[in-house]
Design a binder for this molecule. Structure first.
Ligand code: GLN
Length: 243
């Protein structure tokens, strides 16, 4: 049993500590004796034939999104969408999240086409949302992260929000929703990095990837005392600052 992690645009879209998500996935597999391999898939590098079990796609500024959107405009975008439709798990944060949808519309620019894997659309707003975010996610409990985006994302039919915003702005600062869920795909605005402080979500992604490849998997539990302490401390601080 092993885990091939596809790190999409690890050089072009990797801001606000997002690489910590890839490290958390690899370490949480290794700590259970499951070998993992991180495969960076950048501009000009194919997805087809890579036998990726689980994707991560981090955030990036508008200018990186322009070159990445172009890179995904042909077979590569179709291959990624097909993998998501086939149940390959993906966690996409902020700029990556936006390009999982139909388009991202930067300020005063033409729409950047997404891969339409998620029925969502995004457009740059007039305000930049920066700060801690705490959400209540039905499947994962309380999740905590950090947002830094001007993009506003709106969910269409067939897509559920990841959770309800308790602190912060989330998808668009209007509907109190954050993130999007579709099959085994999760898009969200939660930098931080997200997974080290939210081990439940990290393990859900690992389990979904291994179950798709090997059938039912019972991941042994880990001692998450440090992760839980970090999670709870940031939640307390975010709630206190929000008062
Ligand atoms: N450029 C996008 C926005 O500002 C994404 C930014 C990011 O990935 N943090 O909304």
């Amino acid at each position: 049993m092993n885990l091939r992690i596809g790190w999409l645009y690890g050089h072009e879209m990797n801001i606000y500590g997002d690489r910590g998500n890839v490290l958390a996935l690899a370490h949480r597999a290794k700590w259970r004796g499951i070998p993992s391999e991180i495969v960076t898939i950048g501009i000009g590098q194919a997805i087809a034939g890579q036998a990726i079990d689980l994707f991560f796609w981090g955030g990036g500024q508008d200018r990186e999104q322009i070159s990445v959107a172009a890179d995904l405009s042909g077979d590569k975008g179709r291959d990624l969408k097909a993998a998501i439709e086939d149940g390959v798990p993906i966690l996409a944060v902020c700029g990556g999240y936006q390009l999982l949808g139909h388009y991202y519309r930067p300020h005063g620019e033409a729409d950047l086409p997404g891969i339409s894997a998620l029925n969502v659309t995004s457009e740059a707003g007039s305000e930049r949302f920066i700060g801690n975010v705490v959400i209540d996610a039905p499947e994962f409990g309380t999740l905590v992260g950090f947002e830094n985006h001007s993009g506003l994302t709106f969910l269409g039919n067939g897509v559920q929000p990841l959770g309800k915003v308790r602190v912060g702005h989330g998808n668009n600062g209007r509907d109190r929703q954050e993130g999007a869920r579709y099959k085994n795909a999760i898009g969200c605005y939660l930098h931080g990095s997200l997974l080290p402080k939210n081990p439940v979500l990290a393990d859900w992604l690992i389990s979904a990837a291994l179950e798709r490849k090997h059938g039912s998997v019972d991941l042994p539990s880990l001692d998450d005392a440090v992760e839980t302490r970090a999670h709870d401390q940031v939640v307390r601080r975010a709630l206190k600052l929000a008062r």
